[in-house]
Write a protein that binds this ligand. Sequence first.
Ligand code: DLZ
Length: 218
Amino acid sequence: MSDPTIKGLGPAPTSYDGSPFRIAIVHARWNDTVIQALVQGCIAKLKSIGVKDSNIVVKSVPGSYELPFACQRLIEGGKTQSAKSASSMLSSTTNLLSLIDSVGSSTPKDATSPTQTKESQTSAGPSTAPFSAIIAIGCLLKGSTMHFEYICDAVTHGLMRVQLDSGTPVIFGVLTCMTEDQALERAGIGRKGDKGHNHGEDWALAAVEASAQVADWS
Ligand code: DLZ
């Protein structure tokens, strides 16, 4: 196996702990063999650096062209969900305080029923924290027309715009390859001798590093 740092991610100055972060992977379904290998490599690496299973969300879109819009919606959705959940927690707390107040008072107030309060205290569904980072995964292969160039350009600029506009890191996990063999090698499933290196692993590391930097540098 060749040295992955020759043409890959060098070691980070710090080792990052992924356990506080919630990360979404959005992948295209074109060139599925390559995509599946990249997504699996990415998930395995995220877990190996501490990201909890429940904090990894995977969504798919038809092709790479759909990635920027999907990333934007996921980021916005994550923020809205988190705000709703915070406001419902606040109202549960208010109900609880009101209940405690009414129990301690000689003239009970019209507080929420004990059952209601207990339910809202104990319901622990999936995480609703906003996403710390999004990893956009796609594989564009050069064909005989200009289609490839236009999609590569649109997706690259679209993903950059989404991260700058939203303030949430969007990791560029889009392979733009001239041949299928180039894509297979970059997914770690090369057919010619050396299997290559799975870039999905690098994107997982980049997502956790970027998430930690957003937290540190804010
Ligand atoms: C149409 C198309 C083509 C020709 N090639 C690819 C590709 O190699 N990789 C990829 O992710 N998507 C491809 N697509 C689909 C477009 O990205 C997009 O899904 C459609 O044009 C619909 O908007």
